[in-house]
Design a protein around this ligand. Structure first.
Ligand code: NAP
Length: 336
């Protein structure tokens, strides 16, 4: 298999390149000019048989350079995305990059298969009852503007891929990882709450399951999906099983990484009240109080759900690292 990876210098991209190279794939990576490509040097040295090729291309500058990058490619893993930097940066870094890739794919008479790395955040959890299961067929978020820029961008990205891949007969599968973590990235997600800030963590998620995906398990799942999925537009959530509760994650994080971190648990009724008050305070302060909570965001992100993937189980995927060993390796030894 010859794979093209966008976002290969990122957290998940690096793990994916390792995985693909270890499984014998030959690799080509889109690297934007100015990117820190040390990780690619390491992969090159560890896996010379992967014959890693680099294509210099800032994807948001358009599709130029992508035609040659797609030559001879069997599967494209599209990971490049802006994860932070404000609404405009997130939108542009996610949507312009995707549009450029899709333009280049649509021009090919026989386009390669595409694995789009989307996000679990695009699912409509606000409409679900507490304790409901969130699976691959959970409907998409109908009101992204009430969530956050990242959700909005990833939702538009998934819709754009579904629409254009169907129109141009580009074989597609959408993989939706949960919260990625692993060496170097273990700070508790906002699904657990806010912090650490000045030695405190505001725990909003209580004992809700935290939909984690260890980065190595996620990389293995993506490689597995590329080999086993039908590429008929199906979606696969990627989350480790079983998932720890938010409190459990936080306590382990404190024990291994941040001794002395003070945890302030916010009971759900108090959280719901704060979520009602914050939009009012945000408006009154003319935006100086950040809109971290709202009733809709609370319903979406801080209620208990059971996350899984029937599709991934049907494809026969088994995570290489058990959830417990993954948590132990990431959290129990000091690393940050
Ligand atoms: N992190 C999570 O918890 C999570 C959860 C679910 C889904 N995901 C998805 O997984 C994917 C990877 O996430 P990550 O955490 O690995 O992100 P990351 O570490 O921030 O890496 C993002 C990658 O995208 C590249 N990129 C950004 N803009 C680009 C552009 N204009 N042209 C070319 N490359 C560009 C970056 O290149 P540089 O090295 O030059 O910056 C980097 O390689 C994203 O699609 C994200 O939405 C992440």
């Amino acid at each position: 298999m010859r794979a093209l990876v966008t976002g290969g210098t990122g957290f998940l991209g690096a793990a994916l390149l390792h995985r693909l190279a270890a499984e014998g794939a030959r690799l080509r990576v889109i690297v934007r000019p100015g990117s820190d490509a040390t990780i690619l040097d390491r992969i090159d040295a560890a896996y010379p048989q992967a014959a890693l090729q680099r294509v210099a291309c800032g994807l948001d500058a358009g599709a130029d350079g992508l035609d040659a990058a797609l030559d001879g490619i069997d599967v494209v893993f599209h990971l490049a995305s802006a994860m932070s930097g404000g609404t405009e940066a997130v939108m542009r870094g996610t949507l312009a990059t995707s549009a450029a890739l899709l333009d280049a794919l649509a021009r090919r008479p026989a386009p390669p298969r595409v694995v789009l790395v989307g996000s679990l955040a695009v699912l409509d959890t606000a409409s679900l009852a507490e304790g409901a299961s969130v699976d691959d067929d959970t409907p998409l978020e109908p009101r992204p503007a009430l969530r956050d820029a990242y959700t909005d961008a990833k939702l538009q990205q998934e819709r754009m891929f579904r629409d254009r891949c169907a129109r141009h007969r580009i074989p597609l599968v959408v993989a939706r990882p949960g919260v990625l973590y692993g060496p170097g990235r273990i700070t508790p997600s906002t699904r657990a709450g806010f912090g650490p800030l000045a030695g405190w963590f505001l725990l909003l998620g209580g004992d809700n399951p935290l939909p984690l995906a260890h980065v190595d398990n996620c990389a293995a799942a993506l490689a597995w999906i590329a080999r086993h999925a039908d590429f008929a537009g199906e979606a696969c959530n990627i989350v480790d099983q079983p998932q720890p509760g938010c409190r459990e994650y936080l306590l382990r994080y404190r024990a291994g990484q941040r001794p002395g971190l003070r945890i302030l648990p916010v009971p759900a009724p108090l959280g719901r009240l704060a979520a009602r008050l914050l939009p009012w305070l945000h408006a009154r302060s003319r935006g100086r109080v950040p809109l971290l909570l709202s009733p809709y965001r609370w319903r979406s992100s801080w209620r208990p759900f059971r996350y899984g993937s029937t599709a991934l189980a049907r494809l026969g995927f088994v995570a290489p690292v058990s959830a417990d060993a993954a948590l132990a390796s990431a959290l129990d030894a000091p690393s940050e």
